[in-house]
Design a binder for this molecule. Structure first.
Ligand code: ARG
Ligand code: ZN
Length: 865
């Protein structure tokens, strides 16, 4: 059963009001729903409500019991209903038995809910679709013991006693919302309280609810929340609209977090942090996810999506907004590099494989399978493309227009793009092709310099390869930010003193002439990664070195290093001169006092094995691993003195601060250590023993989790260094900290040694392994599947582990199981025997009876797409 965008039809009924009464009990929760319904479709249209795994108790229309209805696994249908009526239903559910973590379920003895995308239908019979918006009143009744907090969306209207040790809370959300934004939480929780005064003077109570004893670990999230609220007012003119904003952290959650109106629910891993249990990367992600979910209050909640095909309307825009926030908090260049690195690691592979789909897909079997890097990250890039084309001021006016014109409605991507036309009078419909076309465009630039006329002609072409279901492609508007350098790495002016220009390539090919170019130029194109494309620039190798040396655009400086490293890594026999030149370029950057440590840490990060796997066909994971290891070792030996000197310059301050500057210092110091160990890991060599001792000391004396993990990774990622003692010490210290134990599992699963396979096989039976908690499962299984050289085992043993785990988890949590199909999906790109092993693994999965729709859709597409 495939759902198609082309079949969209508005609902036959409106639901102006929704009243829910919950009587909470772990195995038998009763939910009464009173809906007012109004016909807006055909006079004879039946009422068809969605509902899954619900035990129906009663149905009544206008107070009269109804018995003439049809119930299937997915619907409740009442054939003849009036044009306006009140529908009462009562159902029973079993939250404690709900391991799908969708609908109402229990986590650590606490009730919590997850409704996006289609989980509300596991709570009550409803028009569970985003264009069905309603005003909600929610009453929660429960025993007081163990359930002191009873939370839902909106404002708390009343609380009271019910006798018999029971109590209730009455909530009312004044804003219309679709069912996917409904939330309920009940249980024992600690609360961190604060407040925020909005720009217009509204006082908002802020509450973050966490496990008892964890209040201090919510301090950073609270700080991030207040900064997000201020930033959205300043950068987008968006003010918060309720008197209360709540966040709850739960351990068992299928993904990152959820923007339920006034009551965000977070995976605890993206909310709780202190210096001894969280890394800087955790802090960074907490800051950005807190912002992301908060920003959804406007881009998602006030303006929601008409249907799930428009998911990118809220997700792409909200990611773009959170990236802007993070850039303002942490530095634009560094943030951009990280965002692009993530885009290339997750979205580019998706976009070039059998699971490729447009940011607005045209069909799906399970929408949960489309919470992808393409919807999120490419979606954000498309907004960035628009902003680059129209400029910052026009962008802001267009967004103001978008929010004003669509407030309170369920909108489409056409509405979004139309806002740009509305404020400029220009036609931006060409931008819609970015949303409807899958595949990463290839941009080719062929420069030719005419020294007599001092002019540079850029021959620009674009093309996008076919993707499943889209054999032919159209051209897209591609903004190219561009500047020129001399071969010595100095900025060159052109066209009367210009230093940078923006070219928008709209056609398949176009020539662009720059005049007044005094000498042979080095082209610095696609600065700040101005469009999500693959750039092929015809140039001699020394041009990349010129950019590495002196490009005023830090993104392209980093990009130059990546490109040069990639060339060396993909070459089975790179020339020594090439390696030497790269080492010299890297050294110059490392000692450049003008560059920030956070940037230096990034430039030290060579392209990963999965990054390299996208630039070569066929992919031989063993070769890529060996090549990268060899190159790192060579750099380590050549640059030892520089690395060591830089390492020693950075002093660890006495008090921990998670801010960008301190985190940048730590990132650089850990990257230096990692590279130092890469060429010095033989304990039997005196020189190396010194470096091993350095890493052991780094780990042993670490006063924060970032340095602990940095020390462990440096030890674990080289062959020969002893790390078991460190790993055991880590376990002994943190075995009662679930979030840190997730790291312990993932550190081992991502270790590149050949014995990791046996280790992972054993860890599946470790007493602390728990496949029912997605965080723990992803730590082990997800970490392992991302471990290129170990997962791709020639005998297929890595795939066996994955198949077994996916099939096991699919029996109770299809959404999470399905996310692990992707590592098998690009099997066609691999050399034998990996290729055949991956294909066989997909076939084994598909042959399983009772496979979920989620896994069946992705495995089927991966195999046949
Ligand atoms: N809207 C949430 C967010 O991005 C994610 C919900 C994910 N839902 C799902 N079924 N995968 O903030
Ligand atoms: Zn989101």
């Amino acid at each position: 059963p495939v759902i198609r965008l082309a079949d969209y039809k508005r609902p036959d009924f409106l639901i102006p009001t929704t009243e829910l009464t919950f009587d909470l009990a772990p195995t038998a929760t009763r939910v009464k729903a009173r809906l007012t319904l109004q016909r807006q479709g055909a006079a004879d249209a039946p009422l068809v409500l969605m509902g899954e795994r619900l035990k129906l108790i009663s149905v009544a229309i206008d107070g009269q019991a109804v018995t003439d209805y049809t119930v299937t696994d997915e619907t409740l249908t009442i054939a003849a209903v009036p044009d306006r009526f009140v529908l009462d239903t009562e159902i029973e559910i079993n939250p404690s038995d709900n391991k799908t973590l969708e609908g109402l379920y229990m986590s650590s003895g606490r009730y919590c809910s997850q409704c996006e995308a289609e989980g509300f239908r596991k709570i009550t019979y409803y028009l569970d679709r985003p264009d069905s918006m309603s005003k909600y009143r929610v009453r929660i009744e429960a025993p007081k013991a163990g359930l002191p907090h009873l939370l839902s969306n909106g404002n708390l209207i009343e609380t009271g006693e019910l006798g018999n040790g029971r109590h209730f809370a009455q909530w009312e959300d004044p804003f219309n919302k679709p069912a996917y934004l409904f939330a309920l939480v009940a249980g024992e929780l600690d609360v961190l309280e604060d407040s925020f005064t909005t720009v217009s003077g509204r006082e908002v109570a802020l509450r973050i609810y966490v496990d008892t004893g964890m209040r201090d670990r919510a301090v950073y999230a609270m700080d991030a929340l207040k900064r997000s609220m201020r930033w959205d007012e300043e950068a987008y003119g968006r003010e918060y609209d309720l008197d209360l904003f709540m966040i709850v952290a739960v351990r068992d959650f299928n993904f990152g977090a959820m923007e339920n109106k006034g009551l965000n629910i977070f995976n605890a891993s993206l909310l709780l942090a202190d210096s001894t249990t969280a890394t800087d990367l955790d802090y960074e992600r907490i800051e950005s996810v807190v912002a992301h979910e908060y920003f959804h209050n406007w881009s998602g909640n006030r303006v929601t999506c008409r249907d799930w095909f428009q998911l990118c309307l809220k997700e792409g825009l909200t990611v773009y907004r959170d990236q802007g926030f993070s850039a303002d908090q942490r530095g634009h260049a560094v943030q951009r590099i990280k965002d692009v690195r993530a885009l290339r690691a997750r979205q580019f592979p998706e976009d070039s494989g059998p699971l490729a789909h447009p940011a607005r897909p045209s069909s799906y079997a399970k929408i949960d399978n489309f919470y992808t890097a393409t919807i999120y990250e490419k979606g954000a890039e498309i907004v960035g493309v628009l902003r680059t084309i129209v400029g910052a001021d026009t962008y802001r006016r267009a967004l103001d227009h978008y929010f004003a014109a669509n407030d309170g409605t369920a909108a489409t991507l056409e509405d979004f793009v139309a806002s740009f036309s509305a404020v400029t009078g220009e036609d931006y419909s060409g931008m819609l092709d970015w949303y409807t076309q899958a595949g990463t465009p290839q941009l080719h630039i062929a420069p030719s310099y005419d020294s007599v006329n001092q002019s540079l002609t850029l021959h620009l072409t674009q093309a996008t390869r076919p993707t499943p279901g889209q054999p032919t492609k159209t051209t897209l508007p591609i903004p190219i930010r561009l500047g020129l350098l001399s071969e010595a790495g100095e900025t060159l002016t052109f066209n009367d003193g210009q230093t940078e220009t923006l070219i928008v390539l709209r056609d398949a090919s176009q020539d662009m002439v720059l005049n007044g170019v005094a000498e042979q130029p080095v082209v610095s194109a696609l600065r700040h990664f101005s469009a999500p494309v693959i750039l092929n620039l015809d140039e001699p190798e020394n041009h990349a070195f010129a950019r590495l040396k002196g490009d005023p655009d830090p993104f392209n400086r980093w990009e130059a290093a990546q490109g040069l490293a990639r060339t060396i890594l993909l070459n089975p026999e790179p020339a020594q001169a090439q390696i030497d030149a790269f080492a010299a370029g890297l050294k110059a950057a490392l000692i450049d006092a003008a560059l920030e440590p956070a940037f230096k840490a990034l430039i030290l990060g060579l392209p990963t094995e999965s990054d390299l796997a996208q630039s070569i066909l066929p992919v031989d994971p063993a070769f890529l691993h060996a090549s990268r290891k060899r190159f790192k070792a060579a750099l380590s030996v050549q640059l030892k003195d520089t690395l060591l000197a830089q390492y020693k310059i950075i002093v660890t301050p006495d008090t921990f601060s998670p801010d960008a500057q301190a985190a940048g210092d730590r990132a650089f110091r850990n990257a230096l250590l990692d590279l130092l160990l890469a060429g010095h890991s033989r304990a039997d060599l005196a020189d190396d023993a010194q470096m091993i001792a350095l890493a052991e000391n780094h780990f042993g004396t670490a006063t924060n989790m970032t340095d602990m993990v940095g020390g462990l990774i440096a030890l674990m990622h080289v062959q020969g260094a002893p790390y078991q003692a460190a790993l055991d010490a880590f376990y002994a210290r943190f075995r009662h900290e679930p979030l840190v134990m997730d790291k312990w599992f993932s550190l081992q699963a991502t270790c590149p040694h050949p014995d990791t396979l046996a280790r992972v096989e054993a860890l599946q039976n470790h007493p602390d392994f728990d496949a029912r908690t997605p965080n723990r499962w992803r730590a082990l299984v997800g970490g392992f599947a991302a471990n290129q050289s170990v997962f791709h085992n020639a005998e297929g043993k890595g795939y066996d582990v994955l198949v077994k785990q996916v099939l096991m988890v699919d029996t109770f949590n299809p959404m999470t199981a399905a996310r692990m199909i992707e590592p098998l999906s690009r099997f066609r790109n691999y050399v034998s025997p990996y290729k055949d092993g991956m294909q066989k693994a997909l076939e084994t999965i598909l042959a399983q009876p009772n496979l979920s729709k989620n896994v069946a859709e992705l495995a089927g597409k991966a195999l046949n797409g």
